[in-house]
Design a protein around this ligand. Sequence first.
Ligand SMILES: Nc1ncnc2c1ncn2[C@@H]1O[C@H](COP(=O)(O)OP(=O)(O)OP(=O)(O)O)[C@@H](O)[C@H]1O
Ligand SMILES: [Mg+2]
Length: 274
Amino acid sequence: MISLRHLSTTFAARGKDPITAVDDVSLEIARGSIQGIIGFSGAGKSTLLRNINLLERPTTGEVIIDGVDLMKLSTEDLRQSRHQIGMIFQGFNLVNNLTVAQNVELSLKFAGVSSANERRARVAEALEIVDISDKATVYPAKLSGGQQQRVAIARALATRPRVLLCDEPTSALDPFTTATVLQYLADINRELGITVVVVTHEMEVIKALTDHVAVMESGRIVERFAADRLHDKTFAPTTPIGRYLTSDGIHVDRGQHAAAVDAEAAELAVGGRV
Ligand SMILES: Nc1ncnc2c1ncn2[C@@H]1O[C@H](COP(=O)(O)OP(=O)(O)OP(=O)(O)O)[C@@H](O)[C@H]1O
Ligand SMILES: [Mg+2]
């Protein structure tokens, strides 16, 4: 469904060296699968995700969605193609002075659905999918974080996309609410056949939701594995970063000074020893 070929994204910074946020990444994502992308802060996860709908246009490479290279499309064709790709974010990004229904309707207006009746029907359908129809006339500020994210999912689904991109979808939520939101994403994948790409730094999210995992470090995919291997106690990723991310929880040594731990983390981040 998604084929990324030799993608690189470089940000030019005035007076500084350019930053290569995505560095020659190639990745195939099968139709109907859930691909996880994990890595430390600054690894390039969000940039890679935004490359998939050209929200951030890669500097070089090919982004092929269902056989079409988005990089080669005209502005108008790209606008049309983008409606096949929904996106949700850590911060939900709802418009505060619009109701829940109006927020969802807005994406349909942007998608050029001109019939008000059609929009109303699609808003109702999308709110139904995430069981939030009862909040249609409420403003986002009156909702919990989990409810806001469900509205954001409804907004992303209203245009009936074939791909859903999720950037840290549960990082602002407590563990219970996280489980609920992940369940909705799993249902949407299974029942609607939508291909899902989820960027996270939480291994729990990867374990609970995904089929395939790609580990990113310094703009590159350094390792990939099938997510079900995470349930195998003998499984050990081959890269230091993969092993660190799959290790259990955060370790704090109460006899050690933070600066020492910091130095160790810095060494790890530049691909040093573990
Ligand atoms: N618009 C931009 N302009 C310049 N540099 C950018 C821009 N966006 C990202 N970067 C840089 O690119 C690198 C990768 O950033 P990115 O946001 O993709 O990382 P990330 O893995 O999503 O991190 P996090 O887990 O903190 O969200 C970082 O060094 C970041 O500072
Ligand atoms: Mg990010």
